[in-house]
Design a protein around this ligand. Structure first.
Ligand SMILES: Cc1cc2nc3c(=O)[nH]c(=O)nc-3n(C[C@H](O)[C@H](O)[C@H](O)COP(=O)(O)OP(=O)(O)OC[C@H]3O[C@@H](n4cnc5c(N)ncnc54)[C@H](O)[C@@H]3O)c2cc1C
Length: 357
């Protein structure tokens, strides 16, 4: 948006330690062998916008007072700093997870599981969430439903048990209708749903998952959602409170003038999901454009977002959620259909074209 508004009249520096963007949901495609890790990468090298330069560097320090970031190659100072470093995975916070389990929340983890799943033909698979908040609350439900399809297609579903451990009371708390549809889908497919508990440890010697009420579940394959935390460099900058960066939810401003935080790294009052990161980024860009043009500030971030949910059987549902306008979040559910499969594809391809086109 800034490039479109000002072209070469603005100097935009995008810094990422990685050389490519990957949609969160592509990790499910990689895990279930629908696409390769290479196919889902969108290289930043393809990003050619007036005024924008991409630097593949690792940020080692952030000074929010000076609006300065340090990388292994030098220092960058800016008039405006937008911190969007996401959430890191803290495998060590769940003893045994690194040794005895697997995670499907990183591309590498999904790829590794993609290699293990063809060898899983009998026994107990647990999809286990190790702590909240975690990215994309429907994603582990999707993983459970797609695992059912995957095992059914291989003709081994009857020999396998699937359990799903979630530290929330329902799969999608802001939308009871979405949760009901997911619970019905679990029941139809004989997926055991264990709510209100998280996996606190794995005991790889006994292949047992320990839940936070002390109960134990034996497993043959563990597919985990690791605990999340803000990246160390953000914590060390002093910007975080209760784990993440507090912001004004309407403006995404932090306590530091000219410094914004958005996406998974910030506490906005919305879930950690790409669609909300995108909406927040648009709100920041609109405010910066208005300010540069001496126009009235725009209305601000609305906290609205639509999440597509893989229900299996070649169908996708959608939940439209509103997190900020009322006293509590609300959601409207759209039943799974083939039409929504095409809509989700259009969601992805429209972003690919706009950001990397
Ligand atoms: C399995 C799964 C399914 C999902 N499905 C959906 C979905 O259907 N819809 C949806 O909206 N969301 C979904 N998500 C969530 C979505 O992927 C994230 O919420 C979203 O990517 C957050 O965007 P972000 O920009 O805040 O962080 P990220 O996308 O994580 O980006 C942060 C960037 O910062 C970079 N970085 C971090 N530290 C440093 C450093 N020190 N130096 C330089 N660069 C650094 C990283 O390389 C990364 O590119 C899913 C996530 C998962 C794991």
């Amino acid at each position: 948006m800034l490039s479109e508004a000002f072209g070469d009249g603005v100097q935009l520096t995008l810094i990422d330690r990685d050389d490519a963007f990957v949609f969160g949901y592509s990790k499910l495609d990689v895990m279930f062998g629908r696409r390769s890790a290479g196919e889902v990468r969108l290289p930043y090298g393809a990003l050619a916008k007036p005024g924008v330069r991409f630097l593949q560097q690792t940020i080692t320090a952030i000074d929010p007072e000076a609006r300065r970031v340090t990388t292994e190659e030098g220092e960058h100072e800016a008039d405006v700093l937008v911190v969007a470093l996401g959430a890191d995975y803290d495998l060590a916070a769940t003893p045994g997870l690194a040794e005895g389990g697997n995670e499907f929340y990183s591309v590498a983890g999904a790829e590794r599981l993609g290699g293990l799943l063809p060898g899983f033909s009998r026994g107990h698979a647990i999809i286990g969430v190790c702590g909240a908040p975690f990215k994309c609350p429907p994603a582990p439900s999707e993983a459970a439903l797609l695992l059912h399809d995957y095992l059914s297609a291989r003709g081994v579903r009857a020999d396998c048990r699937i359990s799903f451990v979630l530290p929330l009371g329902s799969p999608v708390p802001p939308s009871p209708a979405t949760s009901e549809a997911l619970l019905a889908a679990f029941a139809e497919r004989d997926i055991e749903f264990i709510p209100n508990l998280r996996v606190s440890a794995l005991d790889p010697a006994r292949d047992v998952a320990v839940l936070d009420d002390g109960s134990e579940l034996a497993y043959d394959l563990f597919l985990g959602v690791p605990r999340h935390r803000a990246p160390d460099v953000v914590i060390e900058s002093g910007m975080t409170e209760s784990g993440y960066v507090p912001v004004n939810p309407r403006t995404l401003e932090t306590a530091y003038p000219g410094v914004y935080a958005l996406g998974d790294v910030a506490t906005v009052g919305v879930p950690k999901a790409g669609v909300f990161a995108e909406g927040a980024a648009r709100a920041v860009a609109a405010a910066l454009i208005a300010r540069a043009r001496n126009e009235e500030p725009p209305a601000g971030y609305d906290g609205l977002g639509s999440c597509y949910i893989e229900f299996g059987g070649g169908r996708v549902g959608r939940v439209d959620v509103d997190f900020l306008s009322g006293p509590k979040p609300t959601g409207t559910f759209h039943s799974p259909s083939e039409a929504l499969v095409a809509e989700k594809e259009q969601f992805g391809s429209s972003r690919r074209a706009r950001w990397f086109g």
